[in-house]
Ligand binder design. Structure first.
Ligand code: G
Ligand code: G
Ligand code: MN
Ligand code: NA
Length: 255
């Protein structure tokens, strides 16, 4: 597979990079976190998106190597932000559903936390709701093992998967990230999407989870999310994903 070959080359030749999407408190609009997003230079030049190459990597063992590369590099960047800018927010890292079946994953994360001397409480791992294809017991156990490290867990793309609402209470989650497909449709013709955002928000509150809304693109969406007391927001209204130097100046201006 061509994409797979290119990803291997990128790993060897250091052609992977990270950009960071700032995460904001919905009420104060202060930066409370940064979400690491993987980029691959040689594939980007050919118009192949992260979504496309991550899907390919997930079909092979390559995703495990990519996930560890992302964790290693984003923890290095977080340590730098903490030391040089006194950054107190979290780094949010997307991981593949494959890690739930990977017995060595939590040990590897523990080693990387040690390596970079980063407090686990400043790290959140995000897993897509669509990746939860195992039995409830296996998912809960895998989450427990990750949580035991002291890192937090967010259920990403919430609303696009098939988690039974009652099941949420049995997973040791910290946060729900409402998928941007709902947030984008706030106040659109599709009134049900607006109601869903409110329902997801209430559901999260019921289970004492932090609610994050992704894909906030306009002021009206922001005001609605403030009104319903959403916790964290991300979106192009507030910031695009930023390269490290831009992130550093963005954070210092936001202070
Ligand atoms: O913003 P972007 O186009 O990078 O995101 C595309 C998709 O790829 C999103 O669903 C995001 O969660 C996922 N993604 C981005 N970076 C990573 C990563 O480092 N690891 C994994 N597993 N998924 C990622
Ligand atoms: O992990 P997650 O599914 O959140 O992946 C983030 C993806 O969503 C990235 O591709 C990022 O560029 C994209 N994204 C983040 N915020 C917005 C937004 O406000 N509008 C749109 N259209 N895309 C967004
Ligand atoms: Mn994410
Ligand atoms: Na995602």
């Amino acid at each position: 597979n061509y994409i797979e070959e290119q990803l291997k080359i990128a790993l060897e030749q250091n052609r992977l990079s990270l950009v960071y999407m700032p995460v904001f408190s919905c009420h104060t609009l202060k930066v409370v976190g940064i979400e690491a997003l993987l980029r691959c230079q040689n594939l980007a030049e050919e118009g192949i998106t992260p979504e496309q190459f991550i899907a390919v990597a997930e079909k092979t063992n390559l995703i495990k190597e990519l996930d560890l590369w992302v964790i290693d590099n984003s923890l290095a960047n977080l340590a730098e932000l903490q030391q040089q800018q006194g950054f107190t927010g979290k780094v949010c890292i997307n991981i593949s559903g494959a890690e739930l079946k990977n017995d060595s994953f939590s040990r590897a994360v523990e080693e990387l936390l040690e390596k970079h001397q980063v407090a686990p409480s400043t790290v959140e791992l995000e897993i897509s709701e669509t990746a939860l294809l195992l039995s409830d017991e296996i998912i809960a156990l895998a989450f427990e093992k990750i949580k035991a490290l002291g890192v937090s867990i967010a259920l990403d793309d919430f609303g696009t998967g098939s988690t039974a609402f009652g099941q949420l209470n049995h997973y040791p989650l910290d946060s729900l990230k409402i998928d941007s497909s709902f947030v984008r449709e706030l106040f659109s013709e599709d009134a049900d999407k607006t109601k869903m955002v409110k329902i997801f928000n209430n559901l999260g509150k019921l289970y004492d989870l932090r609610i994050a809304a992704k894909g906030v693109e306009n002021q009206r969406q922001l005001e609605y999310l403030q009104e319903i007391n959403c916790d964290w927001i991300q979106g192009y209204l507030l910031s695009y994903p930023l390269k490290k130097p831009d992130l550093i100046s963005f954070i210092s201006q936001n202070d």
